[in-house]
Design a protein around this ligand. Structure first.
Ligand SMILES: Cc1ncc(COP(=O)(O)O)c(C=O)c1O
Length: 465
């Protein structure tokens, strides 16, 4: 009883117990059962994680029955929205035939053929269970193919959480992102600014770089945008220096166009990582690429080659039938281009509406993004040139990825408490299930949220000292 009283006296969730009783309860229990309290570093939330109990279309509902217009969309895995009927039907059909064989099966081959038909680089496909696994495998394949060691990535780019990409994603970009990554591994990772002159100088100097891997739309799904021209030049340079070019299409894949960023830009990489949409919102991913590079998986019958010359790759759940079924159903819709037309149109309305509101409120910031993606740049301390009306005034990774944590969490919270959930940071993705009604309501909420964070002095108005 004494313990109970102590907790109540210093109750950090006091005000939340009324509005979010089950959420508080779950979180208090999770703190004693789940390491770190949540299942993903970005799910922490302020001051509480969100516990979702159902989702449909553009909406999801938490355990305390609050409704959200969702721009997280299953970490951007759900281009068609939550629980689309044809994907549900496909999963149910697959379930009835047994849901895990540990063998290859017909759906896997059909899934691979669909990817092959859509994605320019996908001459061969190898299935994995996540984007991070695809990234891990890409580095191994590139090293096996080139017989070189190092990987080069650009400042701010994220390609999963494994050791091989253990620096570069997070400020300061040259520092490890995590405790526990061996220095020997970090020494194989070269991080440079997204500057093609610096790239050429680096490749000239260091002949041990096997691979350049990047998010082709720019760091953190385009938070720090890159141009098509940049990617075109990058293709030329990597070819000239014999370096494997890997597009991380875990977010851009099937979103920028049915064939991903590669189709959108006309630039075909050597390898590409697929995740999220590829498996229709079920766990899954794939490494795809040029047939001659993907030969590293082939057995030749030569014992020396088969033991030492090929890439070893296993995985209990690779291409499991439920992911294959969901992936096939989703990619069949993707192939029509219709989901993109709807999602991109709604996103354009949202970006324009948000930008108008920042302009109206005279807040230092702007809204930008391609296709079905939006990013909101908010400047905590105006004075360094931010303006609005979607005019990007900087491509500085440190600045665009360096919005202070206090601003990010106040902005997310102001939206979430009113019923809008973002993907991460200050942006989100729109799905084909979002409607004009969703966009109108989101803009009302966004307007209230902006006024609130101005009142709270989290962001300032332009020219306001
Ligand atoms: C660009 C990019 N690459 C890789 C990953 C890692 O994918 P996963 O979370 O499936 O491991 C993500 C995840 O958000 C991502 O956004």
């Amino acid at each position: 009883m004494k313990y109970e009283k102590q907790i109540r006296q210093n109750d950090p969730f006091e005000t939340w117990r009324v509005t979010h009783p089950w959420t508080v309860d779950l979180y208090e229990n999770a703190l004693t059962s789940i390491a770190g309290g949540v299942g993903h570093d970005l799910r922490r939330g302020e001051p509480l994680p969100t516990y979702i109990q159902r989702a449909s279309g553009s909406r999801k509902w938490d355990v305390d029955d609050h409704e959200f217009i969702d721009y997280g969309m299953g970490n951007a895995a759900l281009l068609l929205g939550h629980a689309p009927a044809e994907v549900l039907r496909a999963i149910n059909r697959a379930l009835e035939s047994g849901f895990h064989y540990g063998n290859d099966h017909p759906l896997q081959v059909e899934w691979a053929e669909l990817i092959q038909a859509l994605v320019p680089a996908a001459e061969r496909i190898r299935f994995v269970n996540s984007g991070s696994e695809a990234s891990m495998l890409a580095l191994r394949v590139a090293r096996a193919f080139t017989k070189k060691t190092k990987s080069l990535r650009f400042e701010g780019h994220f390609s999963g959480w494994h050791d091989g990409v253990g620096k570069g994603a997070m400020l300061p970009f040259q520092d490890t992102v995590s405790a526990g990554i061996p220095q020997g591994t970090l020494d194989t990772i070269v991080i440079i600014p997204a500057d093609l002159n610096v790239l050429e100088e680096t490749l000239k100097r260091d002949s041990d770089i096997a691979v350049v891997m990047l998010e082709p739309s720019g760091a953190s799904w385009g938070t720090v945008p890159l141009t098509v021209e940049f990617n075109r030049e990058l293709r030329r340079i990597t070819q000239e220096y014999g370096v494997v070019l890997v597009f991380d299409e875990v977010i851009t894949g099937f979103r920028y166009a049915p064939g991903g960023y590669q189709e959108f830009s006309g630039v075909t990489p050597d390898l590409a990582l697929l995740g999220k949409i590829v498996a229709g919102g079920m766990p899954g991913g794939a490494l795809v690429g040029r047939a001659d590079i993907m030969q590293v998986f082939d057995y030749t019958g030569d014992p020396q080659h088969d033991r030492y010359g090929r890439v070893h790759h296993l995985g209990t759940f690779n291409a499991n039938p439920l992911s294959a079924a969901a992936g096939i159903a989703t990619l069949k819709r993707v192939a029509t281009g219709l989901p993109h037309a709807q999602a991109d149109r709604m996103a354009a309305l949202l970006r324009q509406g948000m930008d108008d509101i920042l302009y109206q409120e005279n807040v230092a910031g702007y809204v930008y993004g391609d296709v079905s993606i939006f990013h909101v740049f908010l400047e905590a301390h105006p004075g360094s040139g931010a303006t609005h009306r979607s005019k990007l005034v900087t491509t500085d990774a440190a600045k665009l990825k360096g919005i202070p944590a206090t601003v990010v969490s106040a902005f997310q919270r102001a939206l979430r408490t009113r019923g809008v959930d973002l993907l991460s940071y200050t942006g989100g993705v729109v799905s084909a299930a979002h409607t004009e009604t969703d966009i109108r309501r989101t803009l009302e909420i966004f307007h209230e949220a902006i006024r609130t964070i101005v009142q709270e002095r989290i962001v300032a108005r332009l020219g306001a000292g």
